[in-house]
Design a protein around this ligand. Structure first.
Ligand code: GDP
Length: 445
């Protein structure tokens, strides 16, 4: 699911790699690309407009953290806006003070209501509830049998009118089920109602009658994500006809675009409570907007890394380092030491690399970096006098011996470091001429 959007966004982010600062032009171009990606994913236009508005405003604003480079900042903003558009917080079921809690399912025929009823029952039972499934879909000839099959798979009893008792009245069945639940200690009642292939006044009326008869604690609107923009129209019709508290999206596994998932919250003002991703009853959990956003961005643990970087680096520290790098002064061993210790604060180098997707070759090379080497480098620098650190050119033979002895290393270690440092200093000078590098210098981002 969401393959199209994931791919498009990934390419937007990679075009920002290596940029030192986002110009107005960069922001506009990025916003344009994200807009296209959302439209291609079949996201409703008002949602796209608002989303893009926020992205632009935030990318221009001063709120962006100096601990992150531009690509990271944009990923962070898009991630947060996706979470917002998907509903922000996870919406939990509101259980009634006095059981049973009544959950009513409404939606079109084929939207996946019966399957969802089974999933919900199984999930609730796993959370130490004693659910009862209620067959209030008496329209379709085999709807009751279908629910019974699902109930059996879920290990949940099904309340249905006795066979042979005629067509039955769904409102009466729903009412009777509540009494049955009270008598038999079912703390949750899940009512499966009848759908139609299309929006239909009679169906709406029946659902509204059941609603009035049992006053549900939660009405869940069940909708097939694969119908894309149509889901939004159907959602609106059910909102007007029956009303509901939350949405259950089904068949997300078959939806490569994600338009329904990304639009429905904004259009209806109702949160997504569940998202179903398969026919198996086990494929079921509460909907977590943050996890879903992470999946859409397909960023592996880069999001974690970004959060960590923000938490770890004090703004002042980063600012100081950034201004050192921007100034005309030469990069010194003190700066080097500071930068190294900043990156190391994020955790072991091998962990950091594990968090970056798509680094392939680079990851293999860098995973050989030994933490002990870094310790040795730090020890060598710390054994230098302030004037040596500021101006390593003065480090002659006798100084090298003294530093090696002081840091418990060999003269060859000191030589190696000084040589590498001069190379780095030269590179820094070149970079300064060509613009500021992203901070902190993380490979690949
Ligand atoms: P109802 O008419 O609303 O009760 O819909 P059903 O529960 O009978 O589902 C209609 C069809 O969709 C069935 O073939 C289900 O197996 C299938 N289905 C339901 N939920 C999902 C899902 O999350 N993923 C997939 N791939 N199929 C689903």
């Amino acid at each position: 699911m969401f393959e199209t959007l994931s791919d498009r966004l990934t390419s937007v982010f990679s075009s920002l790699r290596g940029k030192g600062r986002l110009s107005e032009e960069d922001i506009n171009a990025t916003a344009r690309e994200i807009r296209l990606a959302l439209l291609e994913a079949d996201v409703a236009l008002p949602v796209v407009r608002e989303f893009i508005g926020h992205i632009k405003e935030r990318a221009r604003g001063e709120e962006v953290s100096k601990a992150l480079n531009p690509a990271q900042q944009v990923i962070k903003i898009v991630n947060e806006e996706l979470i917002q558009i998907l509903g922000g917080e996870t919406r939990e079921i509101r259980f009634a003070k006095n059981p049973p809690t009544v959950i009513m399912l409404a939606g079109l025929q084929g939207s996946g209501k019966t399957t969802l009823a089974g999933k919900l029952a199984r999930w609730l039972a796993g959370e130490r509830n004693t659910p009862l499934l209620v067959a209030a879909d008496l329209q379709r000839p085999n709807a009751v049998t279908q629910l019974q099959v699902v109930g059996e798979r879920a290990g949940t009893p099904v309340f249905a009118p006795e066979p042979g008792n005629g067509v039955g009245d769904p409102v009466a069945v729903a009412k009777a089920s509540i009494e049955h639940a009270e008598r038999n200690n079912h703390n949750v009642v899940i009512i499966d109602t009848a759908g139609r292939l299309g929006i239909d006044a009679e169906m709406m009326q029946q659902a509204a009658d059941i609603r009035d008869a049992v006053t549900p604690d939660e009405i869940l609107f069940v909708v097939d994500a694969m119908i894309g923009q149509d889901a939004v129209n159907t959602a609106q019709a059910f909102l007007d006809g029956v009303g509901y508290d939350a949405v259950a999206l089904t068949k997300l596994d078959g939806d490569a675009r994600g338009g329904a998932a990304l639009s429905i919250r904004h259009i209806t003002g109702r949160p997504i409570m569940f998202a179903s991703t398969g026919e198996k009853l086990e494929d079921f959990d509460l909907f977590h907007p943050d996890r879903m956003a992470g999946r859409i961005l397909d960023m592996g643990d880069v999001l974690t890394l970004i959060e960590q970087a923000q938490r770890t680096f004090e703004e002042s520290e980063v600012e100081k380092m950034a201004s050192t790098l921007a100034s005309d002064e030469d990069f010194t061993l003190d700066d080097f030491l500071q930068q190294m210790s900043m990156v190391r604060k994020l955790g072991p180098i091998s962990n950091l690399l594990g968090m970056m997707p798509g680094m392939g070759q680079m990851r293999d090379q860098l995973s050989n970096v030994d933490e002990k080497d870094l310790d040795r480098i730090a020890a060598v620098i710390q054994s230098m006098t302030p004037s040596e650190r500021a101006n390593p050119k003065i480090i002659n033979g006798s100084r090298r011996l003294r530093i090696a002895n002081g840091s418990g290393t060999q003269v060859s270690d000191v030589n190696g470091l000084v040589t590498r440092f001069f190379e780095m200093q030269k590179m820094m000078r070149q970079m300064k001429n060509g613009g500021m590098p992203g901070m902190p210098g993380m490979p690949g981002m």
